[in-house]
Design a binder for this molecule. Structure first.
Ligand code: ZN
Length: 134
């Protein structure tokens, strides 16, 4: 193996400087090892490139892409903006009101208290009647 043989991979990837490139190009026609290695590298690169999609598949995808109508393009963003504005207006109108105070429980407590007293008095009277009768 000659010194130029070490440069076959760099030659393949175009990484040699001008002087090395000239030397390798002069070496390649006379070196079966480098020709074999270069052919191998080309085969590997070809194998790694994915095959192109069949034209009928490309056409089907393009046809689906073009089916988005003008109104779909306009309507979706407009719907989003409209929803955002509606939500903003809703929270402006229905949001927390600083002038609102906590609900007052005193009326409810007074009502329960009066009802409890009445219930107790009714029970006491009925029990008194029961005691008197038996
Ligand atoms: Zn060589």
């Amino acid at each position: 193996m000659k010194k130029e043989c070490e440069n076959v991979t760099l030659y393949f990837y175009g990484e040699l400087d001008q002087e090395e490139m000239t030397a390798f190009k002069a070496h390649l026609p006379h070196c079966p090892l480098c020709q074999k290695e270069l052919s191998f590298l080309e085969n590997v690169q070809t194998a790694l490139v994915p095959p192109a999609a069949p034209q009928n598949v490309v056409n089907a995808v393009l046809a689906q892409t073009k089916k988005v109508s003008f109104w779909q393009k306009i309507f979706r963003p407009a719907l989003g903006i409209g929803a955002a504005l509606a939500a903003g207006v809703f929270f402006l109108v229905m949001g927390p009101n600083p002038s609102q105070t906590a609900p007052d429980n005193t009326d409810w407590l007074a009502y329960v208290s009066v009802q409890s007293d009445e219930d107790f008095n009714n029970f006491a009277q009925e029990f008194e009647i029961f005691e008197n009768e038996f």
